[in-house]
Design a protein around this ligand. Structure first.
Ligand code: 1HN
Length: 349
């Protein structure tokens, strides 16, 4: 897209029509329709020990109940003040201390929780409780009541991923508090996993729901799947072994607005360069390595969190067998026919 030549006559004209809330397209077109994506989202890494230190300090400053949710927002340096980790997604680290409760509420934003630390606290979603362990991926569907309770003796920390900027962009945010801190339990623990998480469905089940009826994807099962798959030795040169969390009623992503993935990259593997249009938040679950994003190297250790902006080249070099969790807005892009990917061997376009 070419730039248009400036002149005093043209500037005077732009100034004149500006008063009537009119803007000439030709003066802004090259910023609107770019040859490649570029939003201002910046590659960045949060090192877990220092983020954790700040979060634990917040634990002394405010209770989970007073804060409603005691969270430090992971704000992309390109989007300070906007509560975004990418253009369309939100990320934050949440702390629930022993004995605390994060009171029940619901909203049109969808959430995922990726458990970073602790064992035994639980979240209640739509009347069913689930215990949270490190590496579990727990989802809270749009408009489902949810509260978190920590009756264990250790602090629980998890990463929240929400579609807040996307919902904000569409002007579709609604929220309400429950009249009680704790919602009533209406289903027995483990019920949704039994019905939907065993590669089976209740007989007669035909409805394809938009969001997965499984709401806890436990890490021990995810990990075991990837460990079993490695025996086959079929590595993707860009991804190692990469799985996506799915909705068993439809085969689609677990949530309509966010995709979540877990991948295994083996020791000494250096992945081939890859890029895709869905800006991605990654968590190093296990292992250590270096990820090069658009030429910039980011070294990571377990629990570090980093962002890969849209269309930035990415390759991983792993020192110790690594499990990487990630989430992005890929389902939205794919439904709209906008998603693109490119492997290093492919030509652009
Ligand atoms: C929310 O409901 C949670 O339920 C966490 O844990 C973070 C950020 C913005 C809006 C709602 C939670 C949130 C949130």
């Amino acid at each position: 897209m070419s730039e248009v030549i400036k002149s005093t006559e043209r500037d005077a004209y732009y100034e004149k029509i500006s008063g009537d809330c009119l803007t000439p397209l030709w003066s802004v077109m090259s910023k609107l329709v770019t040859s490649v994506p570029g939003s201002g989202c910046i590659p960045y890494l949060w090192d877990y020990p220092s983020a954790r230190k700040h979060l634990m300090e917040a634990g002394k400053l405010i209770t989970a109940k007073e804060a409603e949710r005691r969270v430090l927002i992971l704000e992309n340096p390109g989007f300070r003040g906007q509560s975004k980790i990418t253009s369309s997604l939100y990320g934050g680290l949440q702390l629930v201390n022993p004995g605390e409760i994060a009171p029940a509420h619901r909203h049109t934003q969808t959430a995922l929780r990726f458990v970073m630390e602790g064992e035994g606290a639980y979240t209640v979603v739509a009347g069913e409780k689930t215990k949270m362990s490190v590496g579990d991926m727990v989802i809270t569907p749009n408009w489902a009541w949810h509260d978190h309770r920590n009756e264990s003796d250790q602090p629980m920390i998890w990463l929240d991923g929400l579609d807040i900027p996307l919902v904000q962009f569409l002007d579709t945010s609604f929220a309400e508090m429950h009249d009680k801190d704790r919602q009533m339990l209406s289903r027995s623990e483990g019920d949704s996993m039994a019905r939907y998480g065993e590669g089976m469905l209740p007989v007669g089940h035909t409805r394809k729901s938009l969001v997965s009826p499984i709401f806890n994807y436990p890490y021990d099962r995810t990990r075991e799947a990837l460990e079993s798959m490695r025996k086959q030795n079929q590595w993707d040169p860009c991804h190692g072994l990469k799985m996506q969390y799915i909705n068993p009623t439809s085969g689609d992503y677990a949530m309509p607005t966010m995709a979540a993935f877990m991948q295994l990259i083996t020791k000494d593997m250096e992945t081939e360069t890859y890029r895709s249009t869905d800006a991605t938040v990654m968590v190093a679950v296990e292992g250590s390595g270096t990820t090069t994003i658009q030429g910039q190297a980011f070294q990571w250790q377990p629990k570090d969190i980093f962002v890969i902006p849209s269309w930035c080249t990415v390759s991983h070099k792993v020192e110790e067998d690594a499990m990487l969790f990630s989430y992005s807005d890929r389902p939205v892009q794919q439904k709209l026919g906008l998603w693109r990917e490119m492997r290093s061997a492919q030509k652009d376009g």
